[in-house]
Design a protein around this ligand. Structure first.
Ligand code: SAM
Length: 341
């Protein structure tokens, strides 16, 4: 995170909830569309995409980011989706975000298809770093999970991102039982050789098909056991803060691996995240059952102060936890791809 006195002078309010958590990390979904069809995310035929007129324009996205960073204390902006690289105008959105938020950390979560072509322009536009999703380095397993034979594009995208200085590069992987759960150590070895920081994310009930099951998901404990058969893992000593990943040094360090155990070891008490969907809805949690509409007031001519006030109100009611373990847990109506992962 970069900070400066200008940043502090502009911040008049904070996105604080009734438990005292302060949101400073904004995830901005730029589209719900994606060019992969990961089995744990969406069906093979894709989804009914948002109508174009419902999606925020580039101007609207940049304006709302300006409100969040200029008035509400947001310090990190992560572009996501869907697949953010398929959003036409992405490079310009990044450049304009850099103008309105010179001190914010700007990153992107991407499947890296097309990143080989775009990494240089994104870096020039002011992007700081990338998180790339990659669940297997075996072409057949990659194609089985994503339903697309595009592993070489992802690898090229990673290399281009490193060349463009978009590091530290993090890789996010989801393990699926009977598909790639035997490949955890292999993926870690591959990532370490290339200087990428790998993090395993537990599969969450956010798929459009509602196919998630607690009985079949691969847990953090299982992942750690699989990694420990090939590497020596020691818990990293640095304070975790609001970071979702629990970090472990690999073979004495400095290399690290992360585990994001959203299901079996939730970290909601330290959450500092807020989400803006591609159609201009604020979500205080991935698993929120309700959203707060900023697009309607924005298009009706609301001032920045009014939008900021609505955003503050939207965050105040954030629940203590995501509630996956609650008896009455209901999966959110929107899937991960439409919320922004
Ligand atoms: N398309 C971009 C990408 O692939 O990184 C950004 C959006 S994608 C929804 C963001 C992340 O969410 C990816 O790392 C993906 O693996 C993860 N993801 C999607 N569905 C998930 C689920 N049900 N449980 C856990 N992670 C999931």
């Amino acid at each position: 995170m970069r900070t400066s006195s200008t940043d502090q002078a502009q911040t008049q309010q904070r996105l604080v909830d009734r438990f005292g958590r302060v949101a400073t990390d904004l995830r901005v979904s730029l589209t719900d569309r994606c060019n992969l069809r990961c089995t744990y995310c969406m069906p093979p035929e894709g989804l009914d995409w948002m109508p174009g007129d419902e999606v925020l324009t580039d101007d609207e996205v940049v304006r709302l980011i300006g409100v969040a960073t200029g008035r509400l204390g947001v310090q990190e902006v992560r572009f996501t989706g869907g697949e953010p690289l398929v959003r036409r105008g992405l490079v310009s959105i990044v450049a304009r975000t850099r103008e309105v938020a010179p001190d914010a950390e700007l990153s992107i979560t991407t499947n890296a298809l097309g990143l080989a072509r775009m990494a240089g322009s994104l870096a020039e536009a002011g992007l700081d770093r990338v998180n790339v999703s990659l669940d297997s380095i075996r072409p057949d397993t990659f194609a089985e999970i994503t339903r697309r034979d595009r592993l070489t594009d992802v690898v090229a995208g990673l290399e281009a991102a490193a060349d463009a200085g978009l590091g530290p590069i993090k890789i996010n992987a989801v393990l699926l039982r009977g598909v790639n759960d035997d490949q955890a150590a292999e993926l870690l070895g591959w990532s370490l050789e290339r200087g990428y920081e790998l993090r395993f994310i537990e599969q969450m009930p956010l798929d459009a098909q509602h196919g998630w099951s607690r009985d079949t998901m691969v847990t953090a404990d299982e992942t750690l056991a699989a990694l420990s058969s090939a590497f020596e893992l020691t818990p990293a000593e640095e304070p975790r803060g609001s970071a979702p990943a629990e970090l472990f040094h690999v073979d004495g360090g400095p290399a690290k691996v992360g585990i994001i155990a959203s299901v079996t070891r939730p970290f909601c008490g330290d959450c500092d995240r807020v989400r803006l969907t591609a159609d201009g809805q604020v979500r205080d949690c991935l698993f929120a059952r309700s959203e707060s509409d900023l697009r309607t007031p924005l298009r009706a001519g609301a001032s920045d102060a009014d939008l900021a006030a609505r955003w503050v109100t939207a965050m105040a009611g954030k629940r203590a936890g995501h509630g996956i373990d609650d008896l009455g847990f209901l999966q959110p109506d929107r899937p991960m791809s439409a919320i922004g992962g």
